[in-house]
Write a protein that binds this ligand. Structure first.
Ligand code: FMN
Length: 169
């Protein structure tokens, strides 16, 4: 799959088969995340790999839109490190770029993935940090649910030329 067609055909995938994904493959996904752009190239991220169904069930208690984790092979928690970031307000943008890279890489490798929101909800950030025993300076940003797709994805029309403005609004 070439990069540009992958950008258009990537969709959130929330249904998975029970086919396993080896740990090396999910670590490869994280490698692509680490190649994302970041402010001043600080690369202020850490990644917590999850495959414990009990942890998935506990996440559902404070993030209700994560039911698909029950059937996922892996969850990847993208975390920002406020000590590595230029300033703490920069890490969310950096972590968003890493999250998107992982979603696109999953698509490119034939896996299905979906971004599960943690940031900016303070109650989700604190509950997940507690559940995973994260140090004080590490802030969970997103969870990416990953599995082998059990659903077809479509490419809806999303190009709105009227949203493009030239020089001035
Ligand atoms: C910040 C953010 C938070 C999201 N949180 C969730 C979520 O909690 N659960 C979920 O199923 N999808 C979540 N999504 C996925 C969006 O619903 C999805 O990207 C959107 O509907 C567009 O569909 P597509 O990804 O297939 O293009 C989130 C996406 C973003 C960017």
């Amino acid at each position: 799959m070439d990069l540009l067609s992958g950008l258009l055909s990537r969709r959130s995938i929330r249904k998975y088969t029970d086919a396993p994904i080896p740990r090396e493959k999910v670590e490869e996904l994280i490698k692509y995340g680490m190649y994302a752009p970041s402010a001043h190239n600080r690369q202020p991220w850490h990644f917590v790999l999850l495959n414990d169904k009990e942890i998935f069930a506990k996440i559902l208690e404070f993030q209700p839109h994560t039911k698909m984790l029950a059937d996922a092979q892996w969850g990847i928690v993208v975390c920002g490190d406020e000590n590595l970031a230029l300033t703490p307000d920069y890490y969310p943008g950096d972590c968003a770029a890493a999250t998107q890279n992982i979603l696109l890489a999953a698509h490119g490798m034939g896996y299905g993935a979906v971004w599960l929101g943690i940031y900016p909800r303070p109650e989700r950030i604190s509950a997940l940090a507690k559940l995973l025993a994260l140090p004080e300076h590490i802030h969970p940003f997103s969870i990416i649910s990953v599995g082998v797709p059990a659903q077809e994805a479509t490419t809806p029309e999303r190009f709105y030329p009227e949203r493009i403005h030239f020089n001035h609004w």
